[in-house]
Structure formats: C-alpha cells, structure tokens
Design a protein around this ligand. Structure first.
Ligand SMILES: N[C@@H](CCC(=O)N[C@@H](CS)C(=O)NCC(=O)O)C(=O)O
Length: 222
C-alpha cells in the first residue's frame, strides 16, 4: 500500500486501454491514487508539463516525479511496490514478458486500431490480416490460464487492448475455432476480480473509442 507520505496521481482518459493498464497495476498492488481525467481535445497544462515529449496519457506522478508510457509505468509500479509481483523474478522470464509486451505494442496496437476504425475497406482488410498474424503468435504463447502461466501478470496487462477492441468493434477476433486459447484467455481476463473492478462499463469504452475514431478521421482529412 502507498504510505500516507506518498502522493500518487494518475492522469488519464477513461476508456484508454493504456490508462487501464496502469489502473490494473495500481489496483493489483493496492496503491491509493488521485485520478485526474484529461481532455485529449484540450490537453491540460498538467499533462503538457508532465509529458512534454509525447503529450499523451497516461502519466503517473509519484511524489511529484512524472513517468509516462504505460508499460514503463507498470514496471515502475512493480519496482516500487513489491507486493503481488507483476513481472516474473527470473531474469529470462522477465525478458520474455517484456518481449511479448513490446510485441503487443509494436504489432497489435496499430492493426487493431485500423481493423476497428478504418473506413477504407482495403486498408481495413490489410490491417485485419496483420492483426491475425500477430494474434497467432500470442495464441502460441498462451501455455496456461494467463500469459505467465497460472498467475496474472505483465503480458496480460499489456494485452488489455485486445479484448477491448474485440468488444467495441465487434471484430470477432477470438472465435473459438480461430483462436481457442485467446478466446478462453479473454474470458478469464474479464473475470479477473481486479480487471472487473477497474474496467469501465461498455458504453463508456464505446464513447471513448468513438471519440478517438472521429478525431483520427478529422486529423487525416487535414
Ligand atoms: N505508447 C503510449 C500510448 C499512449 C496513447 O496512445 N495515449 C493516447 C490516448 S489512448 C493519447 O494520449 N493520445 C493523445 C493524442 O493523440 O494527442 C503508452 O503506452 O502510454
């Protein structure tokens, strides 16, 4: 738990999978924090001050020290609060967990986003193919209930985006024929008590993605 001398503030926008990664990690650790909702169409001075490089949420501010990039933040949380470890202790397993989390960011995020929101059918199909290829690798990686085995951990947290996109865009990514293990994982993920508590209701997720998609389309037109 965060001691009374610790000040933890989180800047985010509800519905962002990157924010929810951090919220899941904080909840797993039982860290109390102050949440500040930002507005991506009119970013707060605080966000611009604390993340001048990317100007993106989420940002965690711990005792006035800002940290950005969701996976970096999750690692920081794991290093700072030692209870309920998120990364494995074995160096090789830690490296693998980082590898797959990075793979999700590098190979799944953009194709998932495009599969869900591209209006051009050709581009959409291409993105879906890329996403399916990436998901096949993840399907092979699932050896137990969660990515790290029986314990919920770093790669599960990184992968939060996948069930969200499936749900919001109705992509039917995880038909049990195509990806039986990911399909089961997706259910176990949603049923995890911490995930269940942290994730916003579907209509809020939907509103967030709709707004992001509109702003994405508007930017493309400019
Ligand atoms: N790689 C970043 C991605 C974060 C990200 O994409 N944040 C979006 C919201 S979901 C954002 O703040 N976008 C601001 C903008 O596009 O101007 C992370 O993992 O934290």
């Amino acid at each position: 738990m965060a001691s009374s001398q610790e000040e933890v503030t989180l800047l985010g926008v509800v519905g962002s999978p990157f924010l929810h990664r951090v919220q899941i990690a904080l909840k797993l650790k039982g860290v109390e924090y102050k949440y500040l909702e930002d507005d991506l169409n009119n970013k707060s001075d605080l966000l611009l001050k604390y993340n001048p490089v990317y100007k993106m949420i989420p940002v965690l501010v711990h005792n006035e020290k800002p940290i950005s990039e969701s996976l970096v933040i999750v690692e920081y949380i794991d290093d700072t609060w030692k209870n309920n470890p998120i990364l494995p202790s074995d160096p090789y397993q830690r490296a693998l967990a980082r590898f797959w989390a990075k793979f999700i960011d590098d190979k799944c995020v953009v194709p998932a986003w495009k599969s869900a929101f591209m209006t051009d059918e050709k581009e959409k199909e291409k993105a879906k193919e890329e996403l399916f290829e990436a998901l096949s690798f993840l399907e092979n990686e699932l050896k137990g209930k969660f990515f790290g085995g029986e314990e919920f951990g770093f790669v599960d947290i990184a992968a939060v985006l996948i069930p969200i996109i499936q749900e919001i865009a109705g992509l039917q990514l995880f038909t049990s024929e195509k990806f039986p293990k990911l399909s089961k994982w997706s259910q176990d993920f949603h049923n995890h008590p911490v995930v269940n508590e942290v994730m916003p209701p579907k209509d809020q997720l939907f509103a967030y993605f709709k707004a992001r998609a509109q702003s994405f389309v508007a930017k493309r037109k400019n």
